[in-house]
Design a protein around this ligand. Structure first.
Ligand SMILES: *[C@@H]1O[C@H](CO)[C@@H](O)[C@H](O)[C@H]1NC(C)=O
Ligand SMILES: *[C@@H]1O[C@H](CO)[C@@H](O)[C@H](O)[C@H]1NC(C)=O
Ligand SMILES: *[C@@H]1O[C@H](CO)[C@@H](O)[C@H](O)[C@H]1NC(C)=O
Ligand SMILES: *[C@@H]1O[C@H](CO)[C@@H](O)[C@H](O)[C@H]1NC(C)=O
Ligand SMILES: *[C@@H]1O[C@H](CO)[C@@H](O)[C@H](O)[C@H]1NC(C)=O
Length: 460
């Protein structure tokens, strides 16, 4: 049935240059119809700090502790941190609330230094999760000391990785201490090709976890980024699917977490698209897809303070992508499994979240692009969620929104989550929480989601 509101939004939609997808009628999703995937980690939304920026983030940026705490509170478990590259900042890393992963150097081929650093870190960090031995070895070349003038190949890297794992692990007298892989662009360098060498060498016993890095777009050199593509649900689903062989490989090697040890929207800082609200929507959907696929957590990379477009906060501002991180952490909090209800082929992403056998929450993401070049009202899509468990009478809706997909907080277009926003210099959540209450009838709730918006729905 066409209500006057739907008719209006259809007419409005016709005039929207970018929003090719018009609202549809009778859009219904059975929340119990998807396959459940186990959620493997307690705090899947994590951060990665560039090693040179790390001391600044924790010592000079007043909001860092609060921004990490907000995410930890939303997730119900402290935020995990990875410090990339080689670092001597073990006291600072040891003072973080959550478990920390530390990168050590391999490229320079000075294993004695690496072992000495590892020993110091073990002494100083009670929160140590694992060491990475080298960063993105895909990028090493023959001229690097570690290559010893041989052609750098995945096989050469794998042989050296497993040898270093054993040497470092033995020097520490510890197994389960290395985060293996740390590859930029699987599959050429990948857990798939490293795994068999880990097994045949026996070094796999030193491995605590596996890491890939992932950036769906590039802002390096002459590469162009595209926000509409970034936040497109179908694109996100298809991109994350390409990591299925990595998940399968890690699983076949035993029960060790696989993480995105470093990830964000686009390499080389992310260019024009990364500080926007659209990037927050991408981040939310990408996190849910990755967790569903089997990644235990995602360390979103934070670059140079105040100059890295994909960073979540700086000295003066909190940036829009942080809202997507907060939303995803909130959705996953305390849940044991996730299912995707949509088939990935339309603009709508729909997920249900389970606490054991209890369907507890849902997320609806309307990925239709709504940029600031649009001149008409935002089109809304009515979505019917069905098969909500008996005994639930109300859906409590928390909406993630901003004026446009292109909105940036530091430019004055502040996103909101349940009506609240994060204060620029303190990262404290501000404003009164605003939730929408929707009645559940016959196990169904009708919820309206605007273009470039997402909602987290609690069933009570
Ligand atoms: C590394 O340490 C080992 C054992 O302490 C020592 O035999 C070796 O000479 C050292 N190598 C270098 C390059 O310093
Ligand atoms: C590296 O190997 C090439 C041949 O593969 C040789 O010409 C060159 O001298 C070698 N360089 C060093 C520093 O050993
Ligand atoms: C998302 O991308 C797909 C594939 O490129 C395209 O067919 C679809 O129209 C896009 N969806 C939206 C909502 O823009
Ligand atoms: C639209 O958004 C972009 C990206 O945030 C920004 O650079 C641009 O100035 C905005 N344009 C207008 C007219 O507000
Ligand atoms: C953050 O700073 C921007 C730009 O000065 C301002 O418009 C906005 O109101 C501030 N946001 C919050 C939540 O304080």
């Amino acid at each position: 049935m066409l209500t006057s509101k739907t008719l209006y939004t259809i007419l409005a939609g016709l005039a929207v240059t970018h929003a090719a997808v018009l609202p549809r009628s009778n859009v219904e999703y059975d929340l119990q119809s998807g396959a459940k995937s186990k959620i493997n980690g307690e705090a899947p939304v994590a951060v990665s700090l560039e090693f040179f920026a790390f001391p600044g983030y924790v010592q000079n940026v007043g909001s860092t502790a609060q921004c990490l705490k907000n995410l930890g509170d939303a997730a119900g478990s402290p935020t995990r941190v990875r410090v990339g590259g080689t670092t001597q900042f073990f006291d600072l890393a040891g003072a973080l609330e959550g478990p920390a992963t530390i990168g050590l150097n391999r490229r320079l081929n000075t294993i004695n230094n690496t072992i000495a650093a590892a020993k110091k870190a073990v002494q100083k960090m009670s929160n140590l999760f694992a060491f990475e031995l080298g960063n993105e070895p895909d990028l090493y070349v023959q001229a690097d000391p570690i290559a010893n003038n041989q052609t750098w190949t995945p096989a050469l890297d794998a042989g050296i990785q497993v040898s270093w794992q054993k040497q470092v692990g033995d020097a520490l007298g510890q197994k389960d201490i290395i985060q293996g892989g740390v590859f930029l662009q699987p599959p050429k360098f990948s857990i798939q090709e490293l795994g068999p060498v880990e097994q045949s060498s026996g070094s796999i016993d030193y491995v605590r976890s596996w890491a890939d890095h992932s950036y769906p777009q590039s802002a390096c050199g002459t590469s162009k980024t595209n926000l509409e593509t970034l936040q497109n649900h179908t694109t996100i689903v298809n991109y994350v699917k390409t990591f299925q062989p990595e998940v399968d490989a890690a699983r076949s090697l035993g029960d060790r977490p696989l993480v995105f040890g470093e990830t964000n929207s686009a390499t080389c800082g992310g260019g024009g698209i990364s500080p926007t609200f659209g990037a927050a929507l991408w981040l939310m959907d990408y996190t849910l897809q990755s967790v569903k696929l089997g990644y235990e957590r995602l360390h979103f990379h934070q670059g140079t303070i105040d100059y890295s477009p994909y960073s979540w906060w700086g000295t003066k501002y909190v940036f829009a992508p942080y809202y997507g991180a907060y939303f995803a952490a909130s959705a996953l909090e305390g849940m044991s499994s996730i299912s995707q209800i949509d088939d990935g082929s339309t603009e709508l992403g729909v997920y249900s979240f389970w606490n054991q056998d209890q369907l507890s929450r849902a997320v609806i993401y309307n990925s239709v692009f709504y940029p600031n070049t649009t001149t008409v009202a935002r089109p809304y899509q009515e979505v019917v969620l069905s098969n909500i468990p008996k005994g639930c009478h109300q859906a409590i809706v928390k909406r993630l929104s901003a004026q446009y997909s292109t909105s940036q907080q530091e430019l004055g277009q502040v996103p909101t989550y349940a009506g609240q926003s994060f204060a620029n210099s303190t990262c404290i959540i501000e404003g009164d929480e605003q939730v929408e209450k929707v009645k559940i009838n016959n196990g169904k709730a009708v919820i309206s989601v605007g273009a470039s918006e997402a909602v987290l729905v609690y069933f009570v």
